[in-house]
Design a binder for this molecule. Structure first.
Ligand code: FAD
Length: 492
């Protein structure tokens, strides 16, 4: 096996350019070439992110103001879930934590007792990010000061790719335009040795990163790695996306509005809205989906509707031989919690951490795949939760979601929480407080709370709950509107 000195990335979507920018920055001794096809293009969606992206951008030395300007970004404090638990009910999943932890018990135990006593507000009233978002406000603390809101961005996916391309090329990445038509493998090891483009150009390398999107040109079409299909747990398999003009001030949150066969997203950017309808083809036709989307968007459509088909799941091995899959080629859960870009980033960081010093070690490969499986499976469970825990029975789609079997790893957690109010974080899980927000938001209120809460006199508990909610309200009222803050940032 040769030493790894040259990396070839196939694909120039968000995944390809994120990988190119990060690897050329951190592993600057490598030669990095990226092949992309203008004719094929990119998937063209993926505009909502989660806070972990800030870490990735920091690693790349990206200036936030430049990013916001170049990608027409807005701030995102969470997601408003509408009609998920039941029609006309909504809840907010904010990026921060809810309440404060006291003694041995988490805040939700105090909140739960407050419910019995009739003194608790809705759970999200104790989350700063949720309150700020729903009031349309946003601010960052002064430079150097601690605290502040946990946030992410809504951004134009195509512009983000271009932004990263500029960065990667400045760091020495060579871009090659062309369509890969042939993949050559080593006759003994099966490792990929080169890709050949239409026109005959041959691009050889030691390690190949498959960022070719759903087709998985290297990891699947060539190496036949196999796919874990999760569509029995995640029934949506299509989306139609359209951009529209903005008619109201950009809200600092994504809207996820459930309908009778899936859900719709509304993502506000500075200059336009991103919209999409996610649905199950078994329960809604493409024609009905696009008609529904066009009918429900605010403003006028400014792009042609784009249909996307997908199968939720993941590659059985995301690193196989000398090929690492990153992005849609590695798997796709579905966009409900905007986790795909995060998973791209996770695979890039894992690859950097396990990057071969000389030749590829099977131990590194196994370690990478173990972590990748965990990263995907814990997010899968979190997303399945949104569909399964519902009171909706107004359509065949929701009746299926309610009745379906869910992974054991999820059902055990739900049962424990329902019976006892207990919930434990596993390994290095991405979502922590979010589980409480979504379980409670979807209507799962635990039967019991921790007994230690009864040690607190009722008057004290009332004062505590009130002081948290009022303190947050005061903080929110002191913030400028999201629009004003964005303008200030862009002007400064
Ligand atoms: P693509 O964008 O498909 O790029 C593939 C690249 O490979 C292209 O450059 C293409 O030209 C190239 N290529 C393919 N075949 C060849 C060939 N033969 N030769 C040369 N080049 C080739 N993620 C989020 O984080 N937040 C969201 O809100 C979100 N929303 C989504 C909504 C939907 C409906 C879908 C489907 C996805 C969403 N995602 C979201 C996921 C996100 O879009 C992707 O993770 C992200 O865009 C990365 O895509 P990619 O780069 O892997 O693939």
């Amino acid at each position: 096996m040769p030493n790894v000195n040259k990396v070839v990335i196939v694909g120039g979507g968000t995944a390809g350019w994120m990988a190119a920018a990060a690897i050329s920055k951190v592993l600057s001794h490598l030669a990095v070439e990226l092949v992309e096809s203008d004719e094929i293009g990119t998937v063209g969606v993926g505009e909502a992110t989660i806070p972990t992206l800030l870490f990735f951008n920091k690693l790349l030395g990206i200036n936030e103001r430049d990013l916001i300007r170049e990608t027409q970004a807005t701030f995102k404090l969470g997601i408003n879930f509408e009609n998920w638990q039941a029609l006309d009910k909504s809840y907010f999943h904010g990026f921060g934590s809810t309440g404060k932890d006291f003694w041995a018990a988490g805040f939700h135990n105090f909140w739960r007792r407050g419910l019995d006593l009739g003194i608790s507000e809705s759970f999200s009233d104790y989350c700063l990010e949720a309150k700020a978002a729903l009031s349309g406000r946003f601010a960052q603390p002064p430079k150097g000061a601690k605290g502040g809101l946990n946030y992410a961005y809504h951004m134009d996916a195509t512009r983000y790719g271009q932004f990263l391309r500029k960065l990667a090329e400045q760091q020495g990445v060579k871009r090659i335009e062309g369509k890969v038509e042939r993949v050559t493998q080593h006759p003994d090891s099966g490792d990929i040795t080169a890709v050949t483009l239409a026109g005959g150009q041959c691009v050889a390398g030691d390690l190949f990163i498959d960022c070719s999107g759903f087709r998985g040109l290297l990891i699947e079409q060539t190496l036949k790695t196999g796919y874990d299909d999760w569509s029995h747990w995640l029934p949506c398999d299509r989306a139609v996306a359209v951009q529209s003009s903005s008619v109201t001030a950009a809200a600092p949150y994504t809207r996820a509005i459930a309908h009778d066969a899936g859900w719709r997203w509304a993502i506000p950017l500075q200059h336009r809205m991103g919209n999409g309808l996610v649905y199950s083809a078994k329960h809604l036709s493409d024609d009905e989906a696009v008609a529904r989307l066009l009918d429900q968007i605010e403003g006028d459509a400014v792009s042609e509707p784009r249909f996307i088909r997908f199968t939720t799941g993941k590659r059985k091995q995301q690193w196989h031989k000398n090929c690492v899959a990153i992005g849609l080629s590695a798997g796709f859960i579905e966009p409900l919690e905007s986790t795909s870009i995060h998973l791209i980033q996770q695979n890039i960081l894992k690859l950097i951490k396990l990057f071969p010093s000389d030749e590829i070690s099977p131990l590194d490969v196994a370690e990478f795949n173990r972590h990748a499986d965990f990263d995907y499976e814990q997010i899968r469970d979190f997303i399945v939760l949104h569909y399964h825990l519902t009171e909706r029975d107004d359509s065949a789609f929701w009746r299926h979601c309610q009745a379906m079997d869910v992974p054991d790893s999820l059902s055990e957690r739900l049962e424990l929480f329902a019976q006892t109010g207990r919930f434990f974080v596993r390994n290095n899980e991405l979502f922590v407080d979010s589980w409480f927000q979504v379980m409670i938001g979807q209507g799962l209120v635990p039967k019991k709370y921790h007994r230690v809460v009864d040690e607190m006199p009722e008057r004290e508990l009332n004062g505590l709950l009130q002081s948290i909610a009022q303190g947050l309200e005061k903080q929110v009222q002191a913030m400028p509107t999201h629009e004003r803050y964005l303008q200030y940032l862009l002007d400064s």
